[in-house]
Design a protein around this ligand. Structure first.
Ligand SMILES: Nc1nc2c(c(=O)[nH]1)N[C@H]1C(S)=C(S)[C@@H](COP(=O)(O)O)O[C@H]1N2
Ligand SMILES: [Mo]
Length: 301
């Protein structure tokens, strides 16, 4: 199978290059992807054109409401969250349920480099070089039972170190969910690092979901539970306002948020000539379109 990273970026669109990692190292990561057989040469070349945001940008402009609603709150407060040891429970409709240390959960799995576009529902975007394992690898080892249709995720709740939880800015724990076929898609990552460095707490240490064709709020951080279910699980923003935030939340320039257009996005870090770009269907990840064949994406948004 050949998975393709569609992108239309040109040098004129580039976001600032990282001061922490040189281009050769980034390309080495992309080449590694190609060699893994997951994607062909074309995809490796497409990855070359994605200029990641700087680590500084990725670590200072965040949404992580457990630490407050401001973009700089996670960077200011998340360092107090203890992430080692960390336990993750895998349960529900699986043959091998259990509670695992992070090391046990990841043991033997291949950590991949994935440079993904990241599009927030608030109409801003970044390009982030993640390191992580495919969620499919974790689920395969868990032994998903035939009655399972969805995967539910839950974030840690640590009121003593989470000012947003203390103030109850929204209901916690933050929860999210995917349909099983979305969860099993090879693009779906459980990320443990960025730029080859352990995940910063504000980005969702020690392990968080990354679903690059969906709005950022689906990519739930600091996960402590993964549950296979038969029914569609609750999702935090969908529960807060189902009209504004659908369960699917695939990036879709044609379906406006009730309060703003989704047709374009502001690139964090800016660009040389323009800081906005057109938003792409599925955030450019066309290979997922077959998952939604026969579904009206204006209805199931
Ligand atoms: N637990 C939890 N996960 C979360 C959020 C949150 O508030 N709490 N915010 C989401 C939103 S809206 C976005 S855009 C991304 C931001 O990820 P980043 O800060 O690593 O860029 O995390 C998502 N995951
Ligand atoms: Mo977001």
């Amino acid at each position: 199978m050949a998975y393709r990273w569609k992108n239309d970026l040109t040098p004129a669109d580039v976001t600032p290059k990282s001061a922490f990692l040189n281009r050769r190292q980034i390309l080495a990561g992309a080449a590694g992807l190609g060699a893994s057989g997951l994607i062909g040469g074309t995809a490796a070349q497409a990855q070359e054109a994605l200029e990641p945001n700087t680590l500084e940008e990725i670590r200072t402009y965040n949404n992580f409401y457990e630490f407050g609603t401001g973009k700089s709150d996670p960077a200011a407060y998340a360092r107090a969250m203890p992430t080692d040891p960390w336990e993750i429970t895998v349960d529900g409709l699986v043959d091998n349920p259990g509670t695992f240390s992070l090391a046990e959960l990841l043991d033997g799995l291949t950590v991949e480099d994935r440079i993904y576009r990241f599009r927030c529902v608030e109409a801003w975007s970044m390009v982030i070089p993640w390191n992580g394992v495919e969620l499919a690898d974790i689920l395969e080892r868990a032994g998903v039972q035939s009655t399972a249709k969805y995967v539910a995720f839950e974030t840690a709740v640590m009121p003593e170190v989470m000012p947003g939880v203390q103030r109850r800015v929204i209901d916690f724990p933050y929860v999210e969910g995917l349909r099983l076929d979305e969860a099993m898609h090879p693009l779906t990552l459980m990320a443990t690092g960025i730029y080859g460095e352990p995940m910063a707490n504000q980005n969702g240490a020690p392990i968080r979901l990354v679903v690059p064709w969906k709005y950022g709020f689906k990519s739930i951080k600091s996960i402590v539970r993964i549950t296979l279910t038969e029914d569609e699980p609750p999702a935090t923003w969908n529960q807060i306002n189902a009209r504004e935030y659908g369960f699917y939340s695939n990036v879709n320039p044609a379906v406006s948020h009730p309060r703003w257009s989704q047709a374009s996005e502001r690139m964090i870090g800016g660009g040389l000539f323009s800081s906005r770009q057109d938003t792409l269907m599925f955030n450019g990840y066309d290979e997922v379109a077959s998952l939604y064949e026969g579904m009206d994406l204006a209805e199931f948004y």
